[in-house]
Design a protein around this ligand. Structure first.
Ligand code: BTN
Length: 271
């Protein structure tokens, strides 16, 4: 693989000057082009000092989506991975997903006054269309575990450049440019995302209690009461989304009134 050129650009300097976070974004890698910021972040050796490192690419050639999907990542979008060296049990991984989604929704609101809706486990929607996806990869090969949280936010791009390649017909893509009507400064947006993320991450760690995050997430989701399908290998189960439990699992009521817990790795789509 060609070694990516590290772009110590104006982008990085502006972002570092703006950031007031304690840890997130303390080390920043910016590239003009990468296969995937997830892969790059994953290739960095696991050690404590990596916590908060961010990797940004202007464009990705092999962006990675959830469940093995490809993530179309043309120039103008916000393609970023954040490294977290967890101070919590990996079994609580779903909360990093919630923290990321809440941070993006808050940042979009701060900068555009648009209210996003959250869809379990990793989608951020505007007007029923997907504007952002979050991907959480875990590298647990060493004693020091590493979580790489990828944020793919369709910012200053056209949805046609993505929708033409989508395989999931249930959810169309949109972009901030189309919903907000103009382009947004990516550096200001990244700054807001990292500040909000640090706020949620610190409160998650300090309270040791996940209720605030679950409650905030529930407030911002409009999934409850909707019909959904969970794909389980070749089988699929249909039901109604009724709640999110304290551990972050989604609860679905099936036709026989039994409750099925849906966990992070399940593939769910709204019907
Ligand atoms: C999803 O499937 O909804 C998650 C998409 C996550 C895409 C982002 S873009 C930045 C980071 N690098 C990748 O290759 N993927 C994630």
């Amino acid at each position: 693989m060609k070694k990516p050129k590290r772009n110590e650009s104006i982008f990085k300097t502006r972002l570092s000057k703006l950031l007031r976070t304690k840890k997130l974004g303390k080390s920043i890698y910016v590239f003009d082009e990468l296969d995937s910021t997830q892969h790059y972040a994953d290739s960095l050796p696991n050690n404590e000092s990596l916590h908060g490192t961010i990797v940004i690419a202007r464009k990705q050639n092999m962006g990675k989506g959830r469940i093995g999907r490809t993530w179309i990542s043309p120039e103008g979008g916000l393609w970023m991975s954040i490294i977290i060296i967890p101070d919590f049990s990996i079994s609580d991984i779903i909360f990093t997903q919630f923290i990321g989604s809440l941070a993006v929704a808050d940042a979009v609101f701060q900068n555009t006054k648009i209210n996003c809706k959250l869809m379990w486990p990793n989608d951020i929607l505007i007007n029923g269309k997907k504007v952002c996806g979050i991907l959480t990869d875990v590298n647990a090969e060493n004693e020091i575990k590493k979580i790489v949280m990828g944020i793919g936010l369709n910012a200053n791009i056209e949805s046609a450049s993505i929708n033409n390649y989508l395989t999931d017909d249930n959810l169309k893509a949109t972009t901030l440019r189309e919903e907000y009507g103009k382009d947004i400064d990516l550096i200001i947006l990244i700054n807001s995302i990292l500040e909000r993320m640090e706020y949620y991450y610190d409160s998650f760690l300090s309270c040791g209690n996940t209720l605030e995050i679950v409650d905030r997430w529930k407030e911002k989701s409009d999934m409850f009461g909707k019909k959904a399908i969970v794909y389980d290998g070749n089988q699929h189960v249909m039901g109604e989304i009724i709640d999110l439990d304290q551990n972050g699992a989604m609860l679905m009521k099936l036709s026989d009134n039994s409750i099925r817990k849906i966990v992070y790795y399940d593939n769910v789509s709204l019907h």
